[in-house]
Design a protein around this ligand. Sequence first.
Ligand SMILES: Nc1ncnc2c1ncn2[C@@H]1O[C@H](COP(=O)(O)OP(=O)(O)OP(=O)(O)O)[C@@H](O)[C@H]1O
Length: 316
Amino acid sequence: MTATRTAWQGPMARVDATGSAVAPGTIGAPGHAGHGDAGHADHARTGDAHRPETTVGTHTRGDVILDLQNISLSFGGVKALTDISFDVCEHEIRAIIGPNGAGKSSMLNVINGVYHPQQGRIVFRGQERRQMHPTAAARQGIARTFQNIALFKGMTVLDNIMTGRNTQFRTGVFAHALWWGPARAEEMQHRRRVEEVIDFLEIQAIRKTPVGRLPYGLQKRVELARALAAEPSMLLLDEPMAGMNVEEKQDMCRFILDVNQQFGTTIVLIEHDMGVVMDISDRVVVLDYGKKIGDGTPEEVKSNPDVIRAYLGTSH
Ligand SMILES: Nc1ncnc2c1ncn2[C@@H]1O[C@H](COP(=O)(O)OP(=O)(O)OP(=O)(O)O)[C@@H](O)[C@H]1O
């Protein structure tokens, strides 16, 4: 892929699921802990006017919450990751980039416990993790979306998003089946949360539509909604804009910034569109053939000769 630059100029308008224009800054926030008002439109990280390194939107970049040390992962003879170290700070948008097969998705799978590296340490919020199951990662507040949409195509948007609440259920299946007592109250609470996410992502008009009938860009938005329904503190996004047109990319870009700025959610993002990566990321780690070849602010990465040689300057 030849690296392309997308101009993300000024506050962006969006279109909702009905195709109506929505002015920036007019959406309501779900019931997450408040992080200031919705003045997010001011924070579009446009081009070279990148914000100061220590500030994330309305947040100050926090402490390191994820520390990956010397991670190596092999599949038989294939070395997917070799001795990779980097960290992720609270509230930041951290991008992972690299050519096809560089190890980006493997890295996300290591972070959320799908893959267990043969070597290295993973420290999440001060605790070293060993052989963590993805469900345990979800309970710790790590949610993810997938490169290839992983939704239940025959189910409605609403029901798909409800599945994102699975790790939050406290009462048992039996109580839910009876729709009785605490189970009923709990389910009502989950539904309220889900409706808040639906409002936030402006997909009210399609809430009863089976996902399989939606255009690709909206399916991606539903997948983001499902991840948000889990109220994650860290969101892993695997190519959230792949296959989208420019308008859909702008919408998704704005939603990612909103999530980061309004809820303080830490975001780890894999994305091939260099314009998007350089505009919305605080720091970027660059992989090539499973090795780390660059790490720093977008400006630092853009001027790193190894990165230019291996990725930005070549076609993939
Ligand atoms: N489950 C697996 N079994 C065997 N090999 C794998 C597996 N997952 C990844 N690999 C290999 O590990 C290497 C890194 O793959 P990975 O999907 O992490 O790269 P990527 O940077 O995400 O690529 P892309 O941009 O094409 O999605 C590749 O050589 C890939 O074939």
